[in-house]
Write a protein that binds this ligand. Sequence first.
Ligand code: FES
Length: 169
Amino acid sequence: MSDKKQQVSRRQFLNYTLTGVGGFMAAGMLAPMVRFAIDPVLQPTAQGDFAAVAQVDEITTEPTRVEWTIDQVDGWYESEVTKTAWVYKQEDGSILALSPVCKHLGCIVNWAGNEEYPDQFYCPCHGGRYYKDGENVPNTPPSAALDVYQQKVKDGTLYLGKAEPRKEA
Ligand code: FES
């Protein structure tokens, strides 16, 4: 057995020291970059939030346009976005909140927007039509019903969330 001591040469000492310090500095520089890159992914989005849009006792059986704003975060860009819904009470007293976005090419539909069809939603872009319940009128350009907003009622106030496509029956 050799009792020769393990000697660390000056060159080895410098190599170890510089590698350690270099690695430490590189980690210090990379950590903020990685954090910066993935930060938006870690942020909660406001899309699932509900917004107060109307008092329930003011909602009638006639579709009425309501508007509200939400804070939208897109990466590092924050902006205020105005949302719109057509809201009315159905025959059974339940509330229906329809998206105004046409399912053909995304124009905005209006209730009674064409005097020939006073009981329908009308899309001015290509003459798309929807019945009062949001179902698309056959043989008009839209091929699907208007999206429906998630909703909840609390203390007499209607809150709307995301608009979602209808589930197939
Ligand atoms: S976008 Fe509405 S009918 Fe074409």
